[in-house]
Design a protein around this ligand. Structure first.
Ligand code: 3Y8
Ligand code: NAP
Length: 248
C-alpha cells in the first residue's frame, strides 16, 4: 500500500502568479499557506492562510518546513527576490522537500523598443553617469539608496507605500501598486516629461505597462537583467503546478 502524500503547500508569494496560484488552491481545497516577506504596509489579502516575515535564512525556512509538515514548496516570488529563491533551494534540499518555482519569462524587446541592457542595479546606477535627465525610476523603494550616487536627475518614483524620507533630492513620488496599464503609464510619463525609463526585467504582466508606454512615446529604457539563480524546477503556469503536485 503506497502512502498517498496529501499536499500541504508553502507558497512563497508576492507576485501576480502567486496570487493566481493561491486562488486556484483555495477553489480546489488544496491545503496551502501563503508567505509574504512583510515589505509593504497592506499586502493584498489572500484566500489562504497567510504568514508574514522572514524565516531566518535557509535554516529557519527548513525548520518552518519541518515544524509545519510542509510537503511541497512553490517559490512564486519575484525574479529579483534572489535570496529567498536561493534559501528555498537550500532548505528544500536539506529537508528533502519537493520544490518548484512558478516564474515568468524575461521580457524581450520588440520592434520599436529602445532598450539598453545592464546586468544589475549597480550597472544601472553607473549607466546614469550623465547630465541631468528626467528619469522614471520604476524599480521600487529598496534600492533607491544606490541611485543617490546620481542626484543630478529629476526622478519620478513609483512606490507601494508613502516613503518617510527619500535619498534623492529631486524626486516626485507616485504612490501606487500595480498591475498598471499602458494608457495610465503613458499619461504619467508625459506629465512628468520622462526622458528615460529604468526597469527591472521582472517579466509577467503586472509591470510591463511602462515598457509599452515607453515604446509608444519613443523613449529609451534602461533594462536591468534579473539575477542568475541555481538550477531548480521552473514552471510558468498554474496548471503545470497542479500537474507537478500530483507527481513532483
Ligand atoms: C510585498 C504584495 C498583484 C501582484 C502585484 C508582479 C506584479 C504588481 C509590478 C513599477 C514596478 C516593483 C515592486 C512591482 C510589481 C506586481 C505585484 C509587482 C514593481 C507587491 C506586494 C509586495 C511587493 C513588494 C515590492 C518591493 C518592490 C516591488 C514595487 C501585494 C505590491 C518595483 C518591482 O516598498 C517596498 O519595500 C517595495 C518592495 C519588493 C521592489 C523594490 O525593490 O522596492 N515589489 N509588491 C511582498 C512581500 O511582502 O512579500 O501587496 O500584492 C506585489 C506586486 N508588485 O497581482 O496584485 O507580480 O510583479 N513591485 C519591479 O518589478 O521592479 C513596480 O512601478 O512599474
Ligand atoms: P529577497 O531579497 O530575495 O529576500 C530577502 C529576505 O526577505 C529573504 O531571505 C527572507 O528572509 C525574506 N523574504 C523574501 N521573500 C519572502 C517571502 N515571500 N516570504 C517570507 N520571507 C521572505 O526578497 P525581496 O526582493 O525583498 O522580495 C520580498 C518580497 O517581495 C517577495 O515576496 C517577492 O516576491 C516580492 N516582490 C519583490 C520584488 C522585487 O523587485 N524584489 C518585486 C515584486 C514582488 P529570511 O532570510 O529571514 O528568511
Amino acid at each position: 500500500m503506497t502512502n498517498i502524500l496529501i499536499p500541504n503547500v508553502l507558497i512563497l508569494g508576492g507576485t501576480t502568479e502567486a496570487n493566481a496560484l493561491a486562488k486556484t488552491f483555495a477553489e480546489q481545497g488544496i491545503a496551502a499557506v501563503y508567505s509574504y516577506a512583510g515589505r509593504v504596509d497592506n499586502p493584498r489579502p489572500q484566500p489562504l492562510p497567510v504568514r508574514v516575515g522572514g524565516y531566518g535564512g535557509s535554516e529557519g525556512l527548513a525548520d518552518y518546513i519541518r515544524d509545519n509538515a510542509i510537503t511541497h514548496v512553490v517559490d512564486a516570488t519575484h525574479p529579483f527576490a534572489a535570496q529567498m529563491s536561493r534559501n528555498a533551494i537550500e532548505a528544500c534540499r536539506a529537508t528533502q522537500t519537493p520544490l518548484a518555482a512558478l516564474t515568468r519569462a524575461a521580457w524581450a524587446p520588440q520592434s520599436g523598443d529602445n532598450w539598453n541592457h545592464v546586468p544589475d542595479i549597480a550597472a544601472a546606477v553607473e549607466a546614469l553617469s550623465c547630465d541631468a535627465r528626467r528619469v522614471f525610476l520604476a524599480v521600487g523603494r529598496m534600492h533607491l539608496e544606490d541611485f543617490a550616487a546620481q542626484p543630478q536627475h529629476i526622478y519620478l518614483l513609483r512606490l507601494v507605500d508613502d516613503p518617510d524620507s527619500l535619498p534623492l533630492p529631486n524626486a516626485e513620488v507616485v504612490v501606487a501598486r500595480g498591475p498598471f496599464t499602458e494608457a495610465d503609464d503613458c499619461a504619467l510619463m508625459q506629465r512628468h516629461g520622462t526622458q528615460l525609463v529604468v526597469s527591472k526585467n521582472a517579466g509577467g504582466s503586472g509591470a510591463r505597462a511602462k515598457l509599452d508606454a515607453a515604446r509608444v512615446l519613443g523613449l529609451p529604457v534602461l533594462m536591468i537583467d534579473r539575477p542568475v539563480l541555481p538550477q531548480r524546477t521552473e514552471l510558468t503556469t498554474v496548471a503545470q503546478v497542479l500537474d507537478w503536485l500530483s507527481h513532483p
